[in-house]
Ligand binder design. Sequence first.
Ligand SMILES: Nc1nc2c(ncn2[C@@H]2O[C@H](COP(=O)(O)OP(=O)(O)OP(=O)(O)O)[C@@H](O)[C@H]2O)c(=O)[nH]1
Ligand SMILES: [Mg+2]
Length: 720
Amino acid sequence: MKVYQSNEIKNISLLGNSGSGKTTLVEAMLYESGVLKRRGTVEAGNTASDYFPVEQEYGYSVFSTVMHVEWLNKKLNIIDCPGSDDFVGGVITSLNVTDQALILLNTQYGVEVGTQNHFRYAEQLRKPVIFVANQLDTEKSDYDKLVEQLRDNFGPKVTLVQYPLNVGPDFNAVIDVLLMKMYRWKPEGGQPEILPIPESEMAKAKELHGMLVEAAAENDESLMEKFFDQGALTEDELRTGIRKGLITRDIFPVFCVCAGRSMGVRRLMEFLGNVVPFVDDMPKPVTTEGVEIAPDINGPTSLFVFKTSVEPHIGEVYYFKVMSGKVHEGDDLTNVSRNEGKERLSQIFCVAGQTRTKVEELVAGDIGATVKLKDTRTGNTLNAKDCTYQFPSIKYPEPKYRRAIKAVNEGEDEKLNAVLTRMHEEDPTWIVEQSKELRQTILYGQGEFHLRTLKWRVENNDKVQIEFLEPRIPYRETITRAARADYRHKKQSGGAGQFGEVHLIVEPYVEGEPMPETYKFNGQEFKVNARDVQEVNLEWGGKLVMVNSIVGGAIDARFMPAIMKGLMDRMEQGPLTGSYARDVRVIVYDGKMHPVDSNEISFRLAGRNAFADAFKQANPKVLEPVYDLDVMVPSDRMGDVMGDLQGRRAIIMGMSSEHGFEHLTAKVPLKELSNYSTALSSLSGGRASFSMKFASYELCPSDVQTALIKEFEAQDVDKE
Ligand SMILES: Nc1nc2c(ncn2[C@@H]2O[C@H](COP(=O)(O)OP(=O)(O)OP(=O)(O)O)[C@@H](O)[C@H]2O)c(=O)[nH]1
Ligand SMILES: [Mg+2]
């Protein structure tokens, strides 16, 4: 295979709502460019891109697939991304290593929630966008309505480069107003006839051409001047203007294809090869040290590993982008992200799905793959000697769905953990947490379907049967007023005796609020003074403050650490519900010792139980985690979604209308969000999306608190 130079390579992400035809389009591109001898179909489960059994089982893409086609002396690296928002990880990864987003639309449905989401992700990463109207051969296709929705959602920068003729089952032609030609296909698609524009279409074509020329000219002063002077631009000037507009996201061109019949595919590949930005037209990637790195083929070799996947018959495959220099088969590189480990790239490949073509060299800007690395992970940087670049790992959206996960067969827990760790490498939005607090293994993902896909893979590929359980809620407990208690721990029967007595006061800890000098309980006054104060920043948030206010040596200072341990026992397993406790100040103001029997364990237990008693008298409250919810829902489903949220104790914080969609923000307790992604999907017919982020801990409603206390007491934890 030819070694392509940086100015012959284009990196493109194929985006768009699920079902818009991305996999079918890239299949047609591979076929038209000769990589495939026969076109597969998603229905037949034999496409080059959806080659994972789970994708063939479900009939849509689960993973982003790296492909390449060679067309008109250009190499187009195309990453076919999954459309379902559950698999957003693949989209984010792809956008981070490519320079152009191609957003496909199903002309039957127009702008869908997936279109909006992917446009938003491209916008967040400042990536150029081209829209492609697909499925023009279907009954309900309506191109004019689609264009209207595109302008309504994405504004006046939406500029037509093509419009179709005979939309519907007889679709067979488009008018291209950049080249001012008509393209017509035979029913089998492929090579088009390129014809003059029929008279009947000329007026419309000229008008659209004028709009395209103006839109292109706006991105370059000299073109603008020429446009004002002569009112026209050459094809090359048009291309230059469009490229500049793409880079600055000032123009969103619209193309037409029928991927299912391989129509319009060659023209689109031509435009991608000729016009969209090269890697060095785009902003330079920045290292973790904040240094911009140009994709210079003469620079030091540096690779960024953006994806790893375990593939049938070959094991782990590492996909990388050459960020600088050139990489050759047999190169020895250093993994600067993992202890400078040495890695030999025994083979390097250009890939098209599971078809890997060995190559000798890949240059800066290109995308390739390698195998058999010793200790490399997704997000790592591999460099040649003396190169110190390190590129930051890719940031993924917050999880939206979580479940506790367990191996059906106890003995397989360890194997399951190893499998889950590997799965996280394949899709970084599958996040595993061994939660000490909840005493569960929690699996986080982007939705119910996302986790079910994982389950399918673990059970079918790794043969580990798993079950999902309702995850516990990480409640917190705290107190709302001061209270006092004392506890004597005494054990003097058989063996070493134990004796310790602790008197303490507890009160809510508020940052910056000083401790009073006296407390009053049942009419009795207690004077305290802080001889020593210890503050603990709790790993689960909030603080514990212990004040030593002992007078007259009632408790020797050497026992204070033991008392602190006792307090921490009950902070870690709160007295009320066994949840983590936070924001409590404890004043140890008196106690008793025994010259022989007093020891660490005695005072740990005395401290622990005195604290638990006082805590329970201090009007303790359970706090629940509350999340900020951000929902995008089609206006016609707003009522149902609102009604459902009200049933989830949501507090609506804001509402705004955006192009036929309602944008809702709300605060909702985590307890009420367990199955929200599934509920929202059925309420909106899969046309809504949301994100959620932890916001704060708030007081639990009393009925929830009572139920939690009952449940905890029923567990009968050790009441030492
Ligand atoms: N009639 C018609 N059907 C098409 C066309 N392109 C794709 N399809 C069909 O649309 C369905 C979805 O196609 P895919 O290629 O899987 O869509 P996708 O965008 O990859 O979907 P996800 O992988 O879920 O994101 C399949 O049944 C295709 O056969 C087209 O141009 N015309
Ligand atoms: Mg697909």
